[in-house]
Design a protein around this ligand. Structure first.
Ligand code: NAD
Length: 424
């Protein structure tokens, strides 16, 4: 009999349990070995740290941080670091598990990990953020490393965060260790094309999904929730291919115009004003209403759990490309599938980020750096192949794309576990 996920603080959260239901469904489909399944249901290790930070006003404040290492059957743990006030242990564990399945699906020699600190980064000064990042890195340093566990940016962190992590880890090692993080600035070992990689991957996936639906990118109408690292680059890349981006949003709310937003102008506007709100020539729209617009493609690129059993029936998009991790709940999935909406799941659609993180890690090992064109071409090859594999699986087994993606991923993980003797 299987153990209860609800009894363990790592696995008890709704996002984690939702993720494991997808694993169990797909596991039944591919006859997953019960020992392999039991192993995948639990993260291997979790580190919880309380980080002291010297604030600008002289006070000392404690922030709680996590690093969860889910599975390393295929290679070193790999996954982002999130700074957000709602971060908790089980959310980080769910995100770590998704990384295991994403890396397996994409054929990368990497396992799954994720980290996070419970903090609203917009309330901290740059100095305080550096302080926090350096202390957090010191605390988790024994557990990370270029061959062990390689962090990257996620919500609320960026290339500057990675530069501080790299520096702190290198100082403690006594020599420069560029391979300890990815998503770092180009000047210190970053890869060309990493910044746009997740958004570009969302667009490559969308291109393929549109083809299946007999639609063209140059004629598609797209709405994007979230205008951060993923959402903004999804908009830039889709616009460059001629798509009409009719709405985007961020934490301040959304903007909409039927004729399509001028994305280069919007990017300049956001650089100056920090938010999309108030962009000239567009009308305001709420984050909730944006999701229900009659568009060809909806790309949720902010946070998890935004499409639920409550609003899924009102979604009019033909395709959902999950830029964010876990934006659709299980209840939503069932309704969307019944209504014929093609959901390109997170572990496929937003995999471009970790693919180029992998490219960055490889370039750091050999000290030979690729052109942006090489990076983009190699990324397209991986994303198109992954889409075809998942789509063919979904057609053959008559299941939705999420179950097909997870089934493909589990088959590879199972083979690795059997070969290593980790499941029997
Ligand atoms: P980010 O911090 O750069 O951007 C997040 C965006 O979401 C911002 O525009 C923010 O204003 C908006 N947002 C926050 N709360 C919101 C709310 N309640 N409603 C609407 N918008 C809101 O983060 P990111 O790196 O773009 O990550 C976004 C999602 O993509 C996350 O789920 C993350 O795990 C996933 N993801 C990121 C990467 C990556 O390479 N950065 C890779 C794969 C998946």
């Amino acid at each position: 009999m299987r153990t209860e996920l609800s009894m363990n603080p790592l696995t008890s959260g709704p996002f984690y349990q939702n993720t494991m239901k997808i694993v169990e469904d797909a596991g039944r489909l591919v006859n997953l070995n019960p020992n392999a399944l039991e192993r995948l249901r639990y993260p291997r290790r979790a580190i919880v740290v309380n980080v002291p930070v010297k604030m600008d006003d002289g006070r000392l404040k404690i922030f709680t941080g996590y690093r969860v290492q889910h599975n390393q059957m295929l290679g070193p743990f790999k996954g982002g670091i999130r700074y957000h006030e709602n971060v908790d242990l089980s959310e980080v564990a769910a995100l770590a598990a998704l990384m295991t399945f994403k890396n397996s699906l994409l054929g990368l020699p990497l396992g799954g990990g994720k980290g996070g600190v419970q903090v609203n980064p917009s309330l901290l000064s740059k100095n305080e953020l550096e302080n926090l990042t350096r202390h957090f890195t010191s605390e988790i340093a024994p557990f990370i490393g270029p061959d062990k566990d390689i962090p990257a940016p996620d919500v609320g962190t960026d290339s500057q965060t990675m530069a501080w992590m790299l520096d702190t880890y290198s100082v403690e090692s006594g020599y420069s260790q560029t391979g300890v993080v990815t998503g770092k600035p180009i000047e210190i070992g970053g890869s060309l094309g990493r910044e746009s990689a997740t958004g570009l991957g969302v667009v490559y996936t969308t291109q393929k999904a549109l083809m299946v639906k007999d639609l063209k990118m140059s004629e598609a109408r797209i709405a994007i929730q979230g205008f951060g690292k993923v959402g903004m680059h999804t908009a830039i890349e889709a616009y460059a291919l001629g798509a009409r981006v009719v709405a985007v949003s961020d934490v301040s709310g959304g903007i909409y115009t039927e004729k399509g937003l001028n994305i280069p102008d919007l990017v300049r506007y956001v650089k100056e004003n920090k938010v999309v709100k108030g962009f000239p020539g567009a009308e305001p729209i709420s984050n909730e209403d944006l999701l229900e617009l009659p568009v060809d493609v909806l790309a949720p690129c902010a946070l998890e759990g935004v499409i639920t059993g409550e609003n899924a029936g009102r979604i009019k998009a033909k395709i959902i490309a999950e830029g964010a991790n876990g934006p659709c709940t299980r209840e939503a999935d069932e309704i969307l599938h019944k209504n014929g909406v093609m959901v390109c799941p997170d572990i496929l659609a937003n995999g471009g980020g970790v693919v180029v993180s992998y490219f960055e890690w490889v370039q750091d090992i050999v000290w030979l750096f690729w052109t942006e064109e090489e990076v983009r071409n190699k990324l397209r090859e991986v994303m198109f192949k992954a889409f075809d594999t998942v789509y063919n699986f979904s057609q053959k087994s008559e299941v939705n794309m999420r179950t097909a993606a997870m089934g493909t991923s589990l088959e590879r993980l199972q083979r690795a576990m059997m070969l290593r003797g980790s499941a029997w």
